[in-house]
Design a protein around this ligand. Structure first.
Ligand SMILES: [Ca+2]
Length: 163
């Protein structure tokens, strides 16, 4: 019984105290070209990848140009605030929302974000540019918001629930 408890504790501690090797393995989940591009982003030099939410990145066409984009959960190295780092195929500059940058009256810290996913297309119909997909972000068992690209900026729609 003691051995079972110790094994369980070891598993739990490794889950919450990630080693460098574990972080390296988690990076393997991201396409190599996108990870290399992410690492060269000037904006990304300010942030660490946030690994406590699974998955820690989402891929889809978030700007509606037909090319896959990347969204990664990050934590600002200087202030510990969390947010989302976007690499959009239509934009030369990377875009950071949260992580110390205020997003559409929703504050500058997304530490409440516990789950997220690419939103169903019907959620962004009439909001996003073209066929751009949105992101549904949520504080578990509390509420969330839709984040979508309007062709110029990311916007939010609150008080909706993704299905
Ligand atoms: Ca795109």
């Amino acid at each position: 019984m003691t051995k079972l408890i110790l094994t369980t504790l070891a598993i739990l501690s490794s889950a919450f105290g990630q080693t460098d090797a574990q972080i390296e393995y988690m990076k393997w989940n991201m396409p190599t070209s996108e990870y290399k591009e992410l690492k060269t982003s000037l904006l990304f030099k300010e942030c660490d990848i946030r690994f406590d939410v699974n998955p820690f990145f989402q891929r889809d066409d978030f700007d509606g140009d037909g090319v896959i984009d990347l969204a990664v959960l990050v934590e600002n190295k200087s202030n510990g605030k969390q947010g989302i780092h976007f690499s959009l195929s239509s934009q030369e500059s990377k875009i950071l929302i949260g992580a110390g940058k205020t997003f559409d009256k929703r504050g500058d810290d997304f530490s409440w974000l516990g789950v997220w996913r690419v939103a169903h297309p019907k959620r962004t119909a009439g909001l996003s540019k073209g066929s751009a997909r949105g992101l549904w972000v949520e504080k578990p068992e509390s509420g969330g918001m839709l984040i979508y690209w309007d062709g110029t900026n990311f916007k939010r729609k609150k008080d909706v629930f993704d299905e």
